[in-house]
Design a binder for this molecule. Structure first.
Ligand code: ZN
Length: 150
């Protein structure tokens, strides 16, 4: 294992153990539940908007280390961003996570989300890593219903 890889895993484990923005948000503008039946991941994403800017974003629920840390990192990356910026970040992240395991990572585009690039080697885990993102994307588009990866 390379040292970069080990460092990425440390960050993922830290977010799993100490998730950021974890908890129910009071009076959210949007709430979307996300399920990943394949793994049993189940999270609810709460979003509060200030105009077209994400002023608050939190999540709660339970799942594997990948799904939980991905949701946690997502909230830290998207808080304060506009809806349009969030869409671009989601697109860049989705592009990276679904690319071939040996494809180069556009670090400028994905920033700290590159820590999840190792997930590409485990296709079954990709749904874990994208679950919170799909729920967030639904929330930003006002589709406040539950989403499922299946
Ligand atoms: Zn999972």
């Amino acid at each position: 294992m390379s040292s970069t890889r080990a460092l990425y895993e440390q960050v993922i484990l830290d977010h799993n153990k100490n998730p950021r923005n974890f908890g129910v948000l009071r009076e959210p503008d949007h709430t979307v539940e996300g399920f990943n039946p394949l793994c049993g991941d189940h999270f609810t994403i709460y979003v509060k908007l200030d105009g077209d800017r994400i002023s608050e974003i939190t999540f709660e629920g339970a799942g594997c280390a990948i799904s939980k840390s991905s949701a946690s990192v997502m909230t830290t990356v998207l808080k304060g961003k506009t809806v349009k910026e969030a869409e671009v970040i989601f697109k860049d992240f989705h592009h990276m996570i679904t690319s071939a395991p040996d494809a180069p990572v556009d670090e400028e585009a994905v920033g700290k989300l590159r820590i999840f690039s190792g997930v590409r080697e485990f296709p079954v885990r990709i749904k874990c890593a994208t679950l919170a993102w799909h729920a967030m994307n639904s929330a930003l588009h006002g589709k406040d219903s539950a989403i499922s990866t299946e």
